[in-house]
Design a protein around this ligand. Structure first.
Ligand SMILES: O=C(O)[C@H](O)CO
Length: 335
C-alpha cells in the first residue's frame, strides 16, 4: 500500500522532547500515514480531512476545540500512558471521538521507578554518588547516614494498578504497607500484599515512614498534599511522587523540606516540567533543584525501551480496532 492510502494519523512531530519516539517511526509507518502538526498547520484544509486518529505521545499534540473542529474524520485519540489529566474527555466525546490509553504497559515500570526513588532517597544514593566521585575525600564522614527501608512503613496513596505493584515490590522489602484509596481493595488482594487500608488519609500520613503518591490527577486529588498534610507526616518521612506534580502543593513542600517538617522528597514529577519551564531562563533556580534532601527525575516512570515499545503497539492496536469498527482495546469510557 502507498503511504497515501494508509489511514492518516496525527503526531506532534518527529523531533525534540515532544516528538514521537524515533525508534518507533518505522513501525508506525507500516500502518499509518504519519502527519505532523506542522503538516497540518501548513495545509489545514487539505490535510485535516485525512486524519482519522491522533497519536498522543508525551502529552502532545494538545487536543482542543479548534483542533477537533479541523479534523472532521477523526475517530480516536490514542494516548500513550495512564494519566488522562491533559485530555478534556467530555469535549472529545462531544465530537463523537473515542479515547484509548495504555495503562498495562506503564504500570510495572512506573512501580519500579517508585521503588527506585524510594530507595535512592532513603539511602541517599545521588549524594553518595557525588561523594564517591568527588576529589574531596575529607567530606566523607561516618555520620553520613540514611534511613532503613527494610521493616519500615510505606503509605501508598492511590491503590490502582501502579500503587498495587508498588505494594508487591515493597512486600519483598518486608515493609509494613498502608494504603488509602477511593475504594477499598478486595480482602484477598489486601492479603496478597499484606496491605492495611486506612480510611482516613491523616492516619496513613501520621504512621508512614515513606509516603508514595500513585494516584491520578483529578480535581479531587489536586494539591491533596498541602501544608497541613505535610505537617502530619513524621519529621523523618520521605515523600515519593510518581503521579503528577500537582498532587502536591509544591510551595508547601519546599517549605517543609527547608524547615525539617519532613525528611526528604523523591519526585519523578513536578510543576512545571522541567523546573522552571520558562525557556528564557538560562539558569535554573527553582528551590527544589537546590535542596540536598530532594531527588529529582524528569518524569521517566514509563521510560524503558520495553514499555515504550509496548505503549506504541497498544496504541496501534487501539487505532486499528477503532478504524475497523471493532471493540477498542483500552478504551477510556466517560464516567
Ligand atoms: O501517564 C502516564 O502513564 C505517564 O505519565 C506517561 O508516561
Amino acid at each position: 500500500m502507498e503511504d497515501q492510502d494508509l489511514p492518516g494519523v496525527l503526531v506532534s512531530g518527529f523531533e525534540g522532547p515532544s516528538g514521537i519516539c524515533k525508534d518507533h517511526v518505522g513501525e508506525l509507518q507500516k500502518y499509518f500515514n504519519l502527519i505532523t502538526m506542522q503538516d497540518l498547520l501548513e495545509n489545514k484544509t487539505q490535510v485535516g480531512p485525512k486524519i482519522q486518529a491522533a497519536y498522543i505521545w508525551n502529552r502532545k499534540p494538545a487536543i482542543d476545540q479548534e483542533l477537533l473542529q479541523s479534523l472532521p474524520a477523526l475517530k480516536i485519540v490514542a494516548n500513550a500512558g495512564a494519566g488522562l489529566d491533559h485530555l478534556d474527555l467530555k469535549l472529545i466525546a462531544s465530537f463523537g471521538v473515542k479515547v484509548a490509553n495504555t495503562p498495562q504497559a506503564v504500570s510495572s515500570p512506573t512501580a519500579d521507578m517508585g521503588m527506585a526513588l524510594l530507595l535512592a532517597a532513603a539511602r541517599r544514593v545521588v549524594e553518595g554518588h557525588q561523594l564517591a566521585t568527588s576529589p574531596d575525600t575529607k567530606s566523607f564522614s561516618t555520620n553520613w547516614l540514611g534511613q532503613e527501608v527494610t521493616g519500615s512503613t510505606l503509605g501508598i496513596i492511590g491503590m490502582g494498578s501502579i500503587g498495587y505493584k508498588v505494594a508487591q515490590r515493597a512486600r519483598a522489602f518486608e515493609m509494613n504497607i498502608l494504603y488509602h484509596n477511593r475504594k477499598r481493595r478486595k480482602s484477598e488482594e489486601e492479603e496478597a500484599v499484606g496491605a492495611t487500608y486506612c480510611e482516613r488519609l491523616d492516619d496513613l500520613l501520621q504512621r508512614s515512614d515513606f509516603v508514595m503518591l500513585a494516584m491520578s490527577l483529578t480535581p479531587q486529588t489536586q494539591r491533596l498534599i498541602g501544608r497541613r498534610e505535610l505537617r502530619l507526616m513524621k519529621p523523618t518521612a520521605i515523600l515519593v511522587n510518581i503521579g503528577r506534580g500537582l498532587l502536591v502543593d509544591q510551595d508547601a513542600l519546599v517549605e517543609a523540606l527547608q524547615t525539617g517538617v519532613i525528611g526528604a522528597a523523591a519526585l519523578d514529577v513536578s510543576y512545571p516540567e522541567p523546573l522552571p519551564s520558562l525557556p528564557h531562563l538560562y539558569f535554573r533556580d527553582h528551590p527544589l533543584l537546590k535542596l540536598k534532601n530532594v531527588t529529582l527525575t524528569p518524569h521517566i516512570g514509563s521510560a524503558t525501551h520495553q514499555a515504550r515499545w509496548q505503549m506504541m503497539e497498544n496504541l496501534i492496536g487501539s487505532i486499528l480496532a477503532s478504524l475497523n469498527g471493532l471493540p477498542i482495546p483500552n478504551e477510556v469510557l466517560l464516567k
